[in-house]
Ligand binder design. Structure first.
Ligand code: PLP
Length: 459
């Protein structure tokens, strides 16, 4: 059971990520105690369906004994092995080979990290190295997209385009540029797919020409913008952007930290979009959150330039925990569960049910938009469906809607602008998906009764 002293210890000592420190001191922590399948239980015994798979990462679901055994076996045999000094160990070698085998195109070289932020950070280092090796050191400008999220490392957070990752930190750097998000629901050109694609192409072209085509090193895109509010670009958008980068000879990085490993259906969303990027960054579902790990997929043509550029010298980028054997052993087992264990297949079925269920909420007075792909979805709340007016800040959607859903037995991500994010584990049963929908409907009805929401509706 939860003891008050735990809450006090947390308040006194644990600095939480992306939190209002003062707000957290007031509210105190909610302690999670155990989990199984798609259900989490807090320290007070309250059971909830985890509609967000932790932080869009526990794709396989909780409580798989085979994952625990794979980690324990590896810990017993060889808990750590460095990949420096020409050394290695079996699990990361095998995992790299399995991933390369399934990767699109020539993404055959795998660099393991500890998570998504350092995967993105690693691409920035590799890309600078690549252009210097190609004799074009002036290619040091990077472009990403408004409302994009590329992690929280010092340089990666500058490619991220969410205000609270910049404010007070003195970033982005002057070499980090942004183009507008394709955001279909709120795109000034309207919702016509081709108009959105044309607008993004014109914006990227304009940005490249303004910076100078020979100065641009790389362009970063998420197949679906996750932390920006689950923004799903139209079909064909990613391919069009990738092709434009190819025309200009600019490297293209697909950030699949959220979309990878079955989240949108296949192992990698890039394959649905029929593109082969120069780099692909992954994490989260790679180990299903059981242990930390990320992976950078590097195209062979990039690898060869870096390898030749370095010659006999070491490419000076690495971590103590690069290619960690325990994380890799978990990754191998998780991959088996996705494929042989049928989780990818179930995710596709459950994703279709989730989308159909959320679509059924469209007529609710607060629902402005429903969007998603596979087990990645969002409902955008508004107080005026024609003007698309977001919920007022006084209604504090991130806190109040989250709390209501929590009390109703559902974990969702409630963004500050009133977007509700869904990323349930791929193992969800039909009943669990239906419960997510029912609990969301109840949460929406309760939100409609919020005095601050009612006031905004009347205006
Ligand atoms: N890139 C994307 C697209 C992400 O969504 C995230 C995390 O949510 C990251 C990078 C950073 O990953 P991590 O939190 O594992 O450092």
């Amino acid at each position: 059971m939860l003891s008050n002293s735990l809450i006090e210890l947390d308040r006194a000592h644990l600095v939480h990520p992306v939190a209002s420190y003062r707000g957290h001191e007031q509210q105190g922590v909610r302690v999670l105690a155990s989990a199984k399948g798609a259900t989490v239980t807090d320290a007070r015994g309250h059971q909830l369906i985890d509609g967000f798979a932790g932080l869009w990462c526990v794709n396989a679901g909780y409580g798989h004994d085979s994952i625990v055994e794979a980690a324990a076996r590896q810990m017993r045999e060889l808990p750590y092995a460095t990949a420096y000094f020409g050394l290695g160990s079996e699990a990361p070698i095998r995992l790299a080979a399995e991933l390369a085998d399934r990767a699109p195109g020539d993404l055959k070289h795998i660099y393991f990290t500890l998570g998504g932020s350092d995967a993105v950070d690693s691409t920035i280092r590799f890309i600078r190295y690549y252009w210097i090796a190609r004799g074009q050191p002036q290619r040091d400008q990077f472009i990403s997209i408004e409302q994009g999220y590329h992690g929280s490392s010092t340089v990666g957070a500058g490619l991220t385009a969410l205000a609270n990752f910049h404010t007070g930190f003195g970033i982005p750097f002057e070499w980090q540029h942004k183009i507008p998000s394709p955001y279909p629901y709120r795109n000034p050109v309207g919702q016509d797919p081709q108009a959105i694609i044309d607008a993004s192409l014109a914006q990227l072209k304009d940005k490249i020409e303004t910076i100078g085509p020979d100065r641009v090193a790389a362009f970063y895109a998420e197949p679906i913008q996750g932390s920006g509010g689950v923004i799903v670009p139209p079909k064909g958008w990613l391919k069009a952007m990738r092709n434009l980068c190819k025309e200009y000879g600019i490297l293209f990085v697909a950030d699949e930290v959220i979309t990878g490993f079955g989240r949108t259906g296949p192992l990698f969303a890039c394959t649905e979009d029929e593109i082969v990027p120069d780099f692909m960054t992954t994490a989260k579902g790679l180990t299903s959150g059981y242990v930390p790990m990320g992976a950078v997929f590097m195209a062979d043509h990039v690898y060869q330039v870096i390898a030749d550029g370095a010659g006999a010298s070491a490419v000076g980028h690495g971590y103590t925990y690069s290619a960690h054997p325990v994380s890799a052993a978990v990754g191998l087992e998780v991959l088996k569960l996705y494929e042989e264990g049928g989780l990818l297949e179930n995710g596709v079925k459950a994703g279709a049910r989730l989308m159909a269920g959320l679509e059924g909420l469209r007529d609710h007075p607060l629902v402005g938009d429903v969007r998603g792909r596979g087990m990645l979805a969002a409902v955008e709340l508004v107080t005026d469906k024609v003007a698309k007016t977001p919920l007022p800040a006084e209604a504090a959607p991130a806190r109040r809607v989250f709390d209501r859903a929590w009390d109703n037995g559902l974990v969702i991500r409630a963004f500050a602008n009133g977007v509700l994010g869904y990323a349930p584990p791929l193992c969800c049963t039909d009943d669990e998906i239906d419960a997510i929908i029912e609990r969301t409907a109840k949460t929406l009805d309760q939100t409609l009764e919020d005095p601050d929401v009612r006031r905004a509706l009347k205006d």
